[in-house]
Design a protein around this ligand. Structure first.
Ligand SMILES: C[S@@+](CC[C@H](N)C(=O)[O-])C[C@H]1O[C@@H](n2cnc3c(N)ncnc32)[C@H](O)[C@@H]1O
Length: 212
């Protein structure tokens, strides 16, 4: 029983599964005896293993591809526009969602348009790159607006950290930005990350922003 439990827990190392995923995993293994219930496995689950392991996870790959990240909803307020709100708890270290868009060089990113919804990062070779998420929907999931591009900024109250990883995505090795919970996130908490810009960034343009 313990071995089965540990096996399933490690399979879902960085993202809490739902019951149907746990049951599918158990079924795929063909176990007949000493099988813990899906509910027990989910209760025992906590983020485990190096985050790099999540990159080999079919579970995370499917969530990125389908954008069916559960546990999140979008709400709007007049002052802050759209905001991404948690509808379930997330534990520190859990993958919450990704920043989804077209991967371009940072140079290209700076020339396309000067709006927000561009996330600049360095890839594993140290090259400056950019995820361009200005389009609300991507070819790969036309019916879904992605969550990552709607997450607001906070330096002092952030609950997500973001980092670029390489992973197999739709048959290719690609850069993917994952948002990981940096602290416990409770139901109704707004998701927030640090955009890594300062009030004086962009020649002081941010000084004028009331939300900054
Ligand atoms: C990536 S979008 C985030 C989603 C955005 N709220 C929306 O309605 O689409 C970035 C824009 O959101 C707004 N924003 C970001 N963080 C904010 C905050 N802490 N308070 C108010 N507005 C914020 C700014 O207008 C910023 O240009």
């Amino acid at each position: 029983m313990k071995l089965h439990l540990e096996h399933v827990l490690s399979h879902f190392g960085r993202r809490r599964p739902n019951e149907s995923r746990v049951n599918a995993r158990i079924e795929s293994k063909g176990w007949k005896n000493n099988v813990p219930s899906a509910a027990r496995i989910i209760t025992k689950w906590k983020p485990s293993g190096p985050i790099e392991i999540a990159m080999d996870s079919e579970h995370i790959e499917q969530l990125i591809y389908s954008q069916r990240w559960q546990g999140l909803t979008v709400m709007s307020t007049l002052e802050q526009g759209k905001r991404v709100i948690a509808t379930r708890d997330f534990q520190p270290g859990e993958v919450v969602c990704d920043y989804h868009g077209r991967v371009v060089t940072a140079k290209e990113g700076r020339t396309i348009h000067k709006t927000t919804r561009l996330l600049f990062y360095k890839n594993c070779k140290g090259i400056s790159m950019c995820i361009d998420a200005h389009l609300p929907k991507r070819d790969c999931h036309l019916e879904k607006e992605t969550f990552g591009r709607l997450i607001n900024h906070s330096r002092n109250h952030l609950n997500l950290r973001h980092r670029a990883y390489r992973m197999n995505y739709n048959g290719e090795v690609k850069d993917v930005i994952l948002f990981i919970a940096s602290k416990s996130i409770s139901v109704n908490d707004e998701l927030l990350f640090d955009y890594s810009v300062q009030r004086k960034s962009f020649n002081g343009e941010c000084l004028k922003l009331c939300w900054f």
